[in-house]
Design a protein. Structure first.
Length: 331
């Protein structure tokens, strides 16, 4: 199996969840003793403070991911034989059902390229729905943080096998996954009356059921292949901070750690004269990434954020750089 095909397929289903689950963003009303304070949210760490009941939030993203290097089992970085790239447009939509309960739907499109080849147009990525419940509502007067729990389910809506002569057309992973998260947020007020908003998130994705694979796929399988892959669970933690310079400008930074446990692929290739067993194992991968960004808020309902997520260290994973921009709109 070729490493380039497998790695490119992973770009979509490993990186996209980080963005579509992590960019929950809502503006915050001003404190009584300061000028207005507005945030769009950092790039990666989710917002545990839900939208008010009856409120919609839409935040379309434009993202470009590129990877020309990778990390080996000793955390050393090396150049890959073929670089990979991917354009993504992700649209998370949030709705406040009650002041405590919030729903989210995230869908997207992707276009990949590698070694002079590219996807035949934009393809649908996997789709995620989430429900978030706020256990503890924030109270600034008593220094109480916001704390929420979230459940997310990913539907395998993106193509991942039966890709014919172009494996780059794979934009999903074929798995239905369930993710559980705990989120927290707190404000730190400085003597100049400007706040630092700090968030933290911990998430765990259960190992999904076996995914059936036929033919060319995002997992690097050849034509006339029949088999399955058992994907591992995953774990992630991130911490984000935003400093409000004034009512319009905000500086943001996320630090994230993600671990994806080992996966096992098994099957056979029909050569026409024999069934040849094929088997491979991807070891557990780890990556540490940073995501600095800058926000500009036109008012308390519309803001823009732009920044870049990049890998700082990794093990058995791709090294990547991912610039992105999003518009945050509250209705």
């Amino acid at each position: 199996m070729t490493r380039s095909s497998r790695t490119l397929g992973q770009l979509t289903f490993l990186l996209v969840p980080a963005f579509c689950c992590g960019t929950v963003a809502a503006t915050d009303s001003s404190d009584a003793t300061t000028s207005a304070v507005n945030f769009t949210g950092p790039l990666l760490t989710p917002n545990p403070q839900n939208l008010p009941a009856g409120t919609w939030l839409v935040e379309p993203y434009l993202i470009h991911n590129s990877s020309s290097d990778a990390y080996n089992d000793q955390w050393d970085r090396y150049a890959k034989d073929e670089g990979t790239g991917q354009w993504l447009t992700i649209v998370p939509v949030f709705y406040g059902v009650t002041d405590r309960l919030q729903l989210q739907l995230t869908a997207g499109l992707a276009r990949s390229d590698s070694a002079g080849s590219h996807t035949s147009g934009f393809g649908l990525t996997d789709t995620t729905i989430s429900a978030q419940y706020m256990l503890i509502a924030p109270d600034k007067s008593r220094d109480i943080p916001a704390v929420s729990v979230r459940y997310s389910h990913q539907f395998p809506t993106g193509p991942y096998d039966h890709l014919g002569s172009n494996p780059l057309n794979g934009t999903g992973n074929g798995a239905s996954t369930d993710t559980f998260s705990v989120l927290a947020q707190q404000y730190i007020w400085f003597p100049n009356g400007r706040p630092l908003r700090v968030r933290a998130a911990v998430s765990y994705t259960l190992p999904p059921n076996q995914v059936a694979i036929n033919g060319v796929s995002v997992y690097g399988t050849p034509q006339d292949f029949r088999g399955q892959i058992r994907l591992g669970s995953s774990f992630g933690v991130s911490v984000g901070a935003e400093y409000s310079i004034d009512p319009q400008w905000v500086l943001a930074l996320d630090v994230a750690y993600n671990r994806v446990y080992a996966s096992q692929l098994q099957g056979v290739q029909d050569t026409g004269t024999a069934l040849v067993p094929l088997e491979s194992r991807n070891p557990t991968s780890k990556v540490v990434s940073l995501a600095p960004a800058i926000e500009y808020n036109f008012n308390d309902r519309i803001g823009v954020i732009g920044g870049v997520q990049f890998s700082a260290a990794g093990r058995n994973s791709d090294a990547f750089i991912t610039p992105q921009v999003a518009v945050n709109m509250v209705f």
